[in-house]
Ligand binder design. Structure first.
Ligand code: PLP
Length: 413
């Protein structure tokens, strides 16, 4: 466990979080490097003995220090934009271990990815294949691709994070995909080396992914029978994490063991693109209580972190545990925990029993390492918070707090 109480004070690894708040200020994101590496290795170790590549999904948290940590641990990367590739390269990641996913790649992004020599594209339409082929032809290179297959399984998650149903914008319908592989034979700068799917995010049951894998294995058989040299299966990301103590998140090792069973004797390299399950549990957002306020019917805890820092509660109705940095033993209070932004949707928790905190007290919003800072904005002209990486008893600021000058950078009157 990377976040634990010792003598009533909340620690990240061997660092008291109150020390970080005192020196870096609040709000501030804090990440445990141990937690990130443990989760990455849980995937990597469970795949020992078969050809594989764990490609961390950069969009979950694209901070350079985290990409660098994972690159050094041997991770590949799943990217969805040219900007993410730029970050991977800056962080020392190996482009030959990068897969480029996403439904709307631009010509400039495709060209940049080819120039960097990425591993492969996960393509989502026939028009995109033609574009990649034309640009690869201009560059005089050949590149591997997988089609992102929409296997038409229900991921059973929030509607915004389900991606594998026929009506979703993602991928190519499994009943159409063989025709697309067939027509792609005429594209001379592309080689169909893989199949890929990604059915959604925050999956708390792995059975939809197992159903999808069954369909994908059958597809691999059919494609090979018609002469396509399919070498890898990219199973996407999507494994859920426990946001509530009662959530039963799938165990990474068990999930990979079931996946391996599906692939047995298929002679396929496995690629996997986990994001949330690697960084989600590794991060907290520290915030200070500004005010307490009561309307007679409702109790509010007003804190200095807001929806611009963490939009997940407002966007996905997501639950994040909010715990005090110092345990007091006092009875809790039922309250809305809200930020300073001028939106009713600006809340971190609603009608939640939280510690009976007072102005000046510090709290940690938990499980925010994924889709937290990456979705932060400057709404209400608020500066984005700093990020801190903890390694054992050491910690360092890996992104400084924005200043007012940062807010107007690039603007002209
Ligand atoms: C978002 C995304 C992922 C990562 O999903 P997680 O739920 O964070 O593991 C992987 N692959 C693709 C194509 C994605 O869009």
């Amino acid at each position: 466990m990377s976040f634990t109480y010792e003598q009533s004070a909340l620690y990240c690894e061997a660092v008291a979080l109150a020390d970080i708040a005192a020196r870096a200020g609040t709000p501030v994101y804090v990440y445990s490097s141990q937690s990130i590496l443990d989760s990455f290795r849980a995937y990597d170790d469970a795949l020992t003995g078969i050809p594989h590549m764990v490609c961390y999904a950069v969009k979950a948290n694209s901070t350079l220090a985290i990409l660098s940590l994972l690159a050094k641990a041997g991770s590949g990367f799943d990217i969805v934009s040219g900007g993410e590739l730029f970050r991977v390269v800056k962080a020392g990641g190996d482009p030959s271990r990068v897969v480029f996913s996403g439904v709307g790649k631009t010509p400039e992004e495709v060209d940049y990815a080819l120039a960097q020599g990425i591993h492969s594209f996960n393509a989502e339409s026939e028009a995109e294949l033609s574009l990649i082929d034309a640009i690869a032809n201009r560059r005089g290179v050949k590149v591997s691709f997988a089609l992102r297959v929409n296997p038409d399984v229900d991921a059973v998650t929030h509607p915004y994070t389900a991606t594998g149903l026929r009506d979703h914008k993602f991928g190519i319908d499994i009943s159409d995909v063989e025709g697309v592989y067939e027509r792609a034979r005429s594209l001379k700068n592309l080689v169909a080396h893989g199949v890929s799917c990604h059915i959604g995010s925050q999956l708390l049951s792995t059975s939809p992914m197992m159903d999808a894998s069954d369909k994908m294995m059958a597809l691999v058989g059919r494609l090979r029978a018609s002469g396509h040299c399919i070498q890898y299966f990219d199973a996407g990301g999507g494994l859920g994490v426990s946001y509530k103590p009662a959530d039963q998140a799938p165990e990474i090792g068990q999930f990979i063991a079931s996946l391996r069973a599906k692939l047995a004797a298929k002679d396929l390299k496995v690629m996997i693109e986990p994001g949330r399950s690697i960084v989600g549990p590794a991060g907290v957002l520290l915030t200070r209580v500004l005010y307490r306020k009561s309307t007679g019917r409702k109790e509010f805890v007003i804190v200095d972190a807001a929806m611009n820092d963490l939009i997940r509660p407002a966007l996905y109705q997501s639950h994040h545990e909010i715990i005090p940095l110092r345990e007091t033993g006092r009875a809790g209070v039922v309250a809305d925990v809200v930020g300073p932004v001028c939106e009713t949707g600006d809340f971190l928790a609603r009608g939640r029993t939280v510690a009976n905190v007072m102005p000046g007290d510090l709290m940690a919003v938990c499980t925010v390492g994924a889709y937290g800072f990456v979705q932060a904005s400057n709404y209400n002209s608020r500066t984005r918070p700093p990020e801190v990486l903890v390694e054992g008893s050491q910690w360092r600021v890996v992104r400084t707090r924005e200043t007012y000058d940062d807010l107007i950078r690039g603007e002209q009157i």
